[in-house]
Design a protein around this ligand. Structure first.
Ligand code: PGA
Length: 244
């Protein structure tokens, strides 16, 4: 199976209905590449004719119930969402999400037919202590849902120190980490090496080509540079040129 090239835009707590309409009108993506936009929750339905799929930024680990303010995976699916980002470092940090919780959320997502984008990544202290690979590989082992396959699970490697900082990991570091992640996935799952592994952390037009030239990088999870068509389009185009 060939790995799916994915360019996913994580809008975080940014963007509005007008911006999503603008993206629907202007963004282009060839069929060889999956473009995904992950807006804030009220915008998760109603863009079915766009060239991009819609992703949520979180879902709850339970099927339904008394969980004020949370979103169920089944509701997401019912309004046309196809992807859900889980375990983003901002969720891990500001909402105390553990690997076990991320795994439970991912299992709920899979049960409801969503594709889980599971985020992993080390902090600067962990990298400086030489722990980056150990941390990331154990996040993967502990966050990966039961039943994960290349069709329903994507990994996003996002070094925490590279998110929103303008600092990008060097191609050598990315290459090494993605290689280690792929080997780990291959050991954990049958056909695990077929999962798409995205890089995230200050990806933009000027560094996309270099990152996508790496064999084990199957796409990107993009924050800041996904908020304008003029910034996100070149990332999609670079992915299509490299992997499409
Ligand atoms: P950034 O965010 O591209 O703004 O660094 C990436 C992310 O948090 O997914």
């Amino acid at each position: 199976m060939t790995r799916t090239p994915i360019a996913a835009g994580n809008w975080k707590m940014n963007g509005d209905a007008r911006l999503l309409q603008l993206f629907a009108a202007e963004l282009t993506a060839p069929s060889s590449v999956k473009a995904v936009i992950c807006p804030q929750a009220p915008l998760l339905s109603g863009t079915s004719d766009a060239v991009f799929a819609i992703g949520a930024q979180d879902c709850h680990q339970e099927a339904a119930g008394a969980y004020t303010g949370n979103l169920s995976a089944s509701l997401l699916k019912s309004v046309g969402v196809s992807y859900v980002i889980l375990g983003h470092s901002e969720r891990r940090e500001y909402h105390g999400e553990s690997n076990a919780l991320v795994k439970a959320k991912a299992e709920q997502a899979l049960e409801n037919g969503l594709t889980a984008i599971i985020c992993v990544g080390e902090t600067l202290e962990e990298r400086e202590a030489g722990q980056a690979e150990t941390v990331v590989l154990s996040q993967i082992a502990e966050s990966l849902p039961k039943g994960a396959t290349a069709a329903n699970t994507v990994i996003a490697y996002e070094p925490v120190w590279a998110i929103g900082t303008g600092k990008v990991a060097t191609p050598d570091d990315v290459k090494q980490m993605h290689g280690a992640i792929r080997a780990k996935l291959g050991g954990l799952l049958k056909n695990g090496a077929d999962l798409s592994v995205l890089y995230g952390g200050s990806v933009k037009a000027s560094n996309a080509e270099e990152l996508f030239a790496l064999d084990d990088v199957d796409g990107a999870l993009v924050g800041g540079a996904s908020l304008k068509v003029a910034d996100f389009q070149p990332v999609i185009d670079a992915l299509a040129a490299a992997k499409g």
